[in-house]
Design a binder for this molecule. Structure first.
Ligand code: SF4
Length: 365
């Protein structure tokens, strides 16, 4: 068989989000720019895509550290299949635990963003098995804050803005998903809003807006764009005042659905978590609980200092069975019936859910 053009393979070892791996879409564009007649193959998991022949290079992405064993397995699979291929490993998890990849595969992963690829717009012709109906981009990278539980600083150590993020868009999509860590901290906020307004697309700042920067002026400015839903994060009870203020301003200037990410299992207690979700429920917005997990390659969950595995499991079950897409509804009645009227009732109810599930599992044996 005669090969006239180089083949490249992009691998997402394990797919756990509705979005294709943006880094690999950008790498595809970079490769196509550097090698005019190349063929780029995209693969989720371990399988050889039809038509692929002796790839020159294989790029692996990674996302969650607890899935790194799947990444390692995948690297080994393709190393065996294509021993002469040059292997590149990157992504968030590999940046957070590079030594684990090195120790397990002998490969030094790339830490952080790949500058040459960052400059390229994503190659939306690759979807990695997803149905894509939105462009994905960033107006900024990094974050000026330094929250203890967050690993953004490792992957994107400096906060900087992107002045021409529009080039990452595919205008045939009616929505734009922004993956900014902290858009409201951007000095370009006003110009970004003007650009979004001109584009006339629905936008979603998927990682949440920083309530502490959500002033009346910002709320008014954002009311000129079609942002849906409006997302915030309420990770720490210390930002309660800013949170409530932001929700009320968002309601004053928009009628969009408000969703709030609520971190738990870090240094908080279940009582503190209940206090935050109760507060949000009283304000009539959706809570989206997000469990903190340590950056370890192990799949084992480590309960935070004030949590235990029984109530963590019960909370997950309650979100799975009682609520839409893991979000606690705005309904006060439903909130009371599932989580109770006090933190004590909340904890008792979680233990009852846990016991009920244990019994159900034992009966099924
Ligand atoms: S504000 Fe958000 S992105 Fe920034 S450090 Fe804190 S958690 Fe991370």
């Amino acid at each position: 068989m005669t090969i006239t053009s180089p083949h490249f393979l992009l691998v997402e070892p394990i797919a756990k989000t509705p979005f294709p791996p943006l880094g690999l879409l950008k790498i595809s564009a970079m490769l196509k720019k550097e090698h005019k007649d190349c063929s780029v193959f995209a693969q989720v998991g371990n399988s050889i895509p039809p038509g692929l022949y002796r790839p020159e290079k294989i790029y692996f992405t990674s996302l969650f550290t607890w899935d790194l064993d799947s990444v390692v397995k995948s690297i080994r699979f393709y190393q065996d299949a294509f021993p002469r291929a040059e292997i590149h490993v990157g992504g968030v998890a590999a940046s957070v635990l590079p030594n684990y990849i090195k120790k397990s595969t002998g490969i030094d992963p790339h830490i952080g963003l790949l500058d040459e690829a960052e400059e390229c717009p994503p190659d939306y012709s690759l979807t990695f098995g997803r149905k894509l109906n939105a462009s994905i981009t960033f107006t900024s990278r990094g974050c000026p804050r330094n929250c203890k539980f967050c690993s953004v600083k490792i992957h994107e150590p400096t906060f900087n803005v992107c002045n021409d993020w529009e080039r990452n868009l595919n205008l045939k999509f009616s929505r734009i998903i922004f993956w900014d860590n902290n858009w409201l901290a951007s000095p370009n906020l006003k110009t970004d809003c003007e650009k979004i307004k001109l584009l006339g697309k629905i936008v979603d700042f998927n990682q949440g807006l920083d309530a502490r920067f959500y002033t009346e002026k910002v709320a008014e400015m954002l009311s000129s764009i079609n942002i849906d839903p409006i997302r915030f994060a309420f990770d720490d009870v210390g930002s309660e005042k800013a949170m409530i203020n932001a929700i009320r301003l968002a309601k004053k200037y928009s009628n969009r659905e408000i969703r709030v990410y609520v971190l738990y299992n870090f240094e908080d207690t279940p009582e503190d978590f209940y206090y935050r979700i109760d507060l949000l429920n009283k304000e009539g917005v959706l809570s989206f609980p997000m469990e903190y997990r340590k950056s370890t390659h192990s799949k084992t969950k480590f309960p935070g200092p004030h949590w235990n595995s029984s109530i963590l499991r019960a909370l997950k079950l309650s979100l799975l069975f009682y609520y839409r897409k893991g979000m606690i509804t705005e309904s006060r009645k439903s909130f009371y019936s599932i989580y109770g009227k006090s933190s004590k009732e909340f904890i008792d109810k979680l233990y009852s859910i846990y016991e009920y599930d244990k019994k159900r599992q034992n009966n099924g044996r």
